[in-house]
Design a protein around this ligand. Structure first.
Ligand code: SF4
Ligand code: FES
Length: 369
């Protein structure tokens, strides 16, 4: 068994419930039902176990975490455990009063998602009329309270032209960081490759814009960037390496090495209801399946980049090559690489493809206050 170090970060998927229905949602096709969600005291225990294990940062995510009525209690429990808390939210479901309560509870940081830079684009992509207006209001409240803010923009063929404006908005909002992530195709997103795949030219232009903005905004805004995977020659270092820096806990308590790990059929996952988190992290079969480099076949096994990207993404290898141990097909050394690039071009050329939403598009309620 590979010797593992403690994880740095834990993603707590508090619920899969969400008012938005983004076509690139990375949550599993089969979502956890509300009645199976961990209770408040279960989460509080898991946060304490995570802190004991060595976790420093807790990302409270979903679905939409604000859907949980006990969010403030959960934040307080996480702070009492000594964790740095980051709320990953669409903003829908947050009121000024609720944000104040989260501040009182000790929330450290907010990460606000951006589906587009105009109401037309954002509401169409999120499948939620009035969502953009609501989000802009929430951004103002976040600024007034003084939470450190990160904007999180998922970009794809339909909205990549809005990247310069997204960066401007981050500066205007006083955000310290923007995560510019070209859409990753996991879970529901795989159904929308025809509608969302960027063109090769768009992908190259996005890289140029990010490079220019990083120089121009040095000291003002940090820009994290996930380039368009399918158009790249080398894969991303997914999760920083499997079972090396982070873990995910699903709404019903399963502990995953990454958010898409349930797409790998031969893996079985431990549950925080049954075992302590440290036992799951160090001894769990799923965490040890692809930890380190011993599991790698060729060409990864003898590759000079094997500790740079750890063979890419296991879930992508499963989805595209049908084998989670295969070299990520994004890699130029993969036998699937040429085929993948051809498929990417075909998806990107599928003009007029309709978005497939997770649920029927809805409408934002009027602000409660
Ligand atoms: Fe990374 Fe494997 Fe490709 Fe080498 S062969 S660059 S280790 S994915
Ligand atoms: Fe699972 Fe990349 S998303 S390893």
């Amino acid at each position: 068994m590979t010797t593992a170090r403690p994880p740095i970060a834990m993603l707590a998927e508090l619920t899969h419930r969400c008012p938005l229905s983004c076509p690139y949602c990375s949550n599993p096709i089969e979502m956890a039902r509300q009645e199976t969600e961990l209770a408040t005291q279960d989460w509080a225990r898991v946060f304490a176990e995570a802190a004991d294990l060595g976790v420093l940062q807790l990302h409270l995510s979903g679905g939409e975490p604000a859907t949980r009525r006990d969010l403030e209690t959960l934040v307080r429990a996480a702070r009492e455990a000594g964790l740095y808390t980051n709320l990953i939210t669409s903003g829908i479901g947050l009121t000024e009063r609720r944000l104040d309560a989260l501040d009182q509870a000790g929330l450290d940081h907010v990460q606000l998602s951006l589906q587009g830079t105009t109401p037309e684009m954002a509401d169409e992509i999120g499948g939620y009329r009035g969502g953009f207006k609501r989000k802009m209001q929430v951004a103002e409240w976040i600024g007034a309270i003084g939470f450190p803010l990160t904007l999180n923009a998922v970009l794809h063929r339909r909205n990549l032209h809005q990247l310069p404006r997204a960066i401007e908005m981050a500066v205007e909002m006083g955000a310290r960081r923007i995560e510019v992530a070209t859409v990753q195709f996991h879970g529901w997103a795989l159904k929308n490759r025809d509608a969302l795949m960027p063109t090769r030219e768009q992908a190259a232009e996005a890289t140029r814009i990010v490079q220019e903005a990083r120089l121009r905004l040095k000291g003002t805004l940090v820009i994290d960037y996930v380039p368009a995977d399918y158009h790249s020659d080398y894969p991303k270092r997914c999760m920083g390496g499997w079972g090396s820096t982070g873990l995910n806990v699903t709404p019903d308590g399963q502990v995953l090495p990454c958010h898409a790990a349930q797409t790998i059929p031969h893996l079985s996952f431990d549950n925080v209801r049954d075992k302590p988190l440290s036992e799951i992290w160090y001894e769990g079969a799923a965490f040890n399946a692809y930890r380190g480099t011993d599991w790698m076949p060729e060409p990864c096994a003898s590759c000079e980049r094997k500790t740079v990207d750890f063979g890419g993404c296991r879930c992508q290898a499963m989805a595209l090559a049908g084998d989670p141990a295969a070299t990520d097909p994004v890699c130029i050394k993969s036998p699937h690489h040429v085929d993948l690039q051809a498929r990417a071009e075909a998806h990107a050329a599928a003009d007029g493809a309709a978005l497939v939403y997770r649920a029927a598009p809805g409408k934002a309620p009027e602000p409660a206050e």
